[in-house]
Design a protein around this ligand. Structure first.
Ligand code: 5GP
Ligand code: MG
Length: 184
């Protein structure tokens, strides 16, 4: 059954707040790494919108590429297993890599991607993540920059989905089942 009409979105982070913070994160990133030597790798699909805003604030980049891991299906619970379903095309051996991801939850997805890029011989691999749910962490991950810490709620928008919906939203919202929705 498709219950999407019964779900409620509550805005957590506005488009304006995202724009300010993403610009700050780009400054922080550019101070920490040599961007013109760096291959930025976007973790699809959730990191797409964040990355497109972030990289336009970076002074320079060597290359932009994409990787895709799958750890969630249409559910809101992690499966525990992470598979890489799309790999980078740019050779990263000996290169500096910046992984751009949407959210650190258990940490399994980002950790798997970071290990994968290191295993291809990258010289350095750093992570920039828009959101962090520290209370959920199972695997230690140390990002170069984090945009916002969020509580243990399921969030959508600004690239992040529920069953492929809501990625296009310009803000980040929590998604709640509709049972508690006030009918007015
Ligand atoms: P982890 O492997 O750290 O547990 O989960 C990371 C991935 O799970 C994220 O890149 C994202 O794709 C998905 N994820 C984790 N929490 C959320 C959430 O609250 N909302 C959405 N839409 N995806 C999430
Ligand atoms: Mg992701």
């Amino acid at each position: 059954m498709d219950g999407h009409d019964d779900r409620r979105l509550d805005v957590l982070i506005t488009a304006e707040e995202l724009a300010v913070r993403v610009a700050e994160m780009a400054r922080q990133t550019a101070e920490a790494i040599e961007c013109r030597e760096t291959i930025a790798v976007v973790a699809l699909k959730g990191g797409l919108i964040f990355a497109s805003d972030l990289v336009r604030h970076l002074p320079d980049l060597r290359a932009l590429d994409f990787v895709q891991a799958r750890s969630y299906g249409a559910q809101t619970a992690p499966s525990g297993e992470v598979r890489i379903v799309r790999d980078v095309e740019t050779p990263v051996a000996g290169k500096d890599v910046l992984l751009i991801d949407d959210i650190l939850d258990t940490g399994n997805t980002s950790a798997t991607l970071l290990d994968h890029l290191r295993a291809q011989g990258a010289r350095t691999v750093e992570l920039v993540t828009l959101l962090d749910k520290p209370s959920r962490r199972q695997v230690p991950v140390e990002p170069l920059a984090v945009g916002f810490e969020v509580p243990d709620v399921f969030v959508v928008g600004y690239g992040m989905d529920f069953a492929e919906r809501y990625r296009h939203l310009p803000y980040i919202a929590s998604l709640e089942a509709g049972e508690d929705r006030a009918k007015t």
